[in-house]
Design a protein around this ligand. Structure first.
Ligand SMILES: [Zn+2]
Ligand SMILES: [Zn+2]
Length: 457
């Protein structure tokens, strides 16, 4: 098998990987878009793939850095079949339509000529090709389950990261290649921990997101939940409101459920929780699939039970925030002109308010800059407004949906693949895994794949 890393750099960017099994098939794992990349520079190196040369596309989950370029990959490979889990099938459609909206907006604002890279109409056609596959079952790349006498098959396993996220086992003539996608080995408020195979893996292709972040010795997720409850109580006690910049999918639903439990436990008053329009759309899909998901609180219908208020993006600038309210709005990285960025203007200037981060943000994004600014310092959230003083409380709570590096290293050592390919991490993260595995599993071949270079595995 020849593996090619189709990303432009070793980083958390536009994920895409080619597995070439020669006459048995050419398969691409994920086709993402870089969270910060603009225009064609934000895409994987799809130009390395000759026209219509891919047979199978497997999508690990409906995050932008894994699916954002899927329409472009499909356009270039019209004969390819596209497979994903059922939840990803439902989530990726609105995600990509939203991406068209964002690109149209950025075209107007920043003059990026090539935007949008695909249209709503094209997307509606491409989605018809997608096929949803049940978990814990082997599939033929020809699109049917439980194949016999096939040289190449695949199987999805719950990855515990967001709804529908999967790790993928690809079996080829007696060998197994396993791609983790984004994985979490800890239960979240809604999602359960990953349910991955732990033996008989020859080649493991694994994410390394948190390689540079050691787990603090006394860290528990429960401890972070408690710390968040206290911080919100303190903010409310001094007459403030809370802004939590979150991704519309995943974090919005996890936090919405968590805040609901705080209210039910009478930790917080039953004040309104606001979410964005896109967050509402994804919450609806979480609700619709509740009975068919591997989830905790398997009867909680969030929209009906919690009744979050929906914030209208168009009216955000006229909105006045109220004490004791919580605003769970995107984007998680506070990208300029998104709801969380616009709304932060109201929070920054007042000591009684709080901005709480609960997930990953790129250090160079507005959210990353705000997180790094001490109270009393100045931050640029929007170039239009220039540097602004930060008077509100800003804090980070670790509600990560990615595996702790220690848990991931344990998983790699336990499954003991002959070859381990490290992807989806920045340089210090990749280095930590290389060193850790050199010590704990010296016999293992550990590879950081150079972008664009074919690698015989
Ligand atoms: Zn993800
Ligand atoms: Zn990712």
């Amino acid at each position: 098998m020849i593996f090619t890393n189709l990303t432009r750099a070793n980083e958390i960017g536009a994920n895409s990987y080619l597995l070439d099994f020669g006459a048995d098939g050419r398969l691409v794992l994920d086709a993402g878009m870089h969270p910060r990349g603009e225009g064609v520079a934000g895409l994987p190196r799809l130009e390395l793939l000759p026209f219509d040369s891919v047979d199978t596309i497997l999508v690990s989950h409906a995050h932008h850095d894994h699916t954002g370029a899927l329409p472009l990959l499909m356009r270039e490979h019209p004969s390819a079949r596209v497979f994903m889990s059922e939840a990803t099938y439902f989530l990726a459609d609105p995600l990509l339509h939203n991406s068209v909206q964002v690109m149209l907006k950025q075209k107007a604002e920043k003059g990026i000529a090539e935007y949008p890279l695909f249209s709503h109409r094209e997307l509606d056609q491409l989605v018809k090709v997608w096929q949803a596959c049940g978990l814990q079952r082997e599939w033929s790349p020809r699109g049917y389950p439980d194949p016999e006498n096939e040289s190449l098959t695949f199987q999805f396993y719950d990855a515990g990261h967001i709804l529908g996220s999967v790790g993928t086992a690809i079996r080829h003539r007696g060998r197994t290649i396993f791609y983790t996608g984004d994985v979490n080995f800890t239960d979240q408020t809604l999602l359960r921990a990953a349910d991955f195979p732990r033996s008989d893996i020859d080649v493991l292709i694994t994410e390394t997101t948190r390689g540079a972040q050691p787990r603090p010795p006394d860290f528990t997720r429960g401890g972070e939940v408690e710390r968040l409850a206290q911080a919100i109580e303190q903010t409310f006690a001094q007459g403030g409101a809370v802004l939590m910049p979150v991704f519309a999918m995943g974090k919005t639903q996890e936090l919405l459920a968590q805040l609901h439990f705080f209210q039910r436990q009478r930790r917080l008053p039953e004040t309104p929780i606001y979410i964005g329009g896109l967050g509402r759309s994804f919450t609806e899909i979480y609700d619709r699939l509740v009975a068919r998901s591997r989830r905790q609180h398997a009867r909680l219908q969030m929209l009906e039970t919690i009744q979050p208020q929906v914030m209208d993006g168009r009216r955000a600038r006229d909105f006045s925030l109220k004490r004791g309210h919580i605003y769970l709005i995107s984007s998680g990285m506070m990208t300029e002109n998104t709801l969380s960025n616009i709304f932060a203007q109201e929070f920054l200037a007042h000591e009684r308010h709080s901005v709480f981060f609960v997930g990953y943000c790129d250090p160079e994004s507005p959210a990353g800059r705000l997180r790094a600014t001490p109270r009393g310092g100045e931050v640029v959230l929007n170039a239009q407004y220039g540097a602004q003083p930060v008077r509100c409380r800003v804090e980070h709570f670790d509600f990560t949906a990615h595996a702790q590096r220690e848990d991931l290293a344990d998983y790699i050592v336990e499954t003991n693949p002959r070859t381990c390919v490290l992807v989806h991490g920045d340089a210090p993260a990749l280095e930590w895994f290389q060193q850790e595995l050199a010590t704990r599993a010296p016999q293992m071949r550990v590879i950081v794949p150079t972008p664009g270079e074919p690698l015989e595995l």
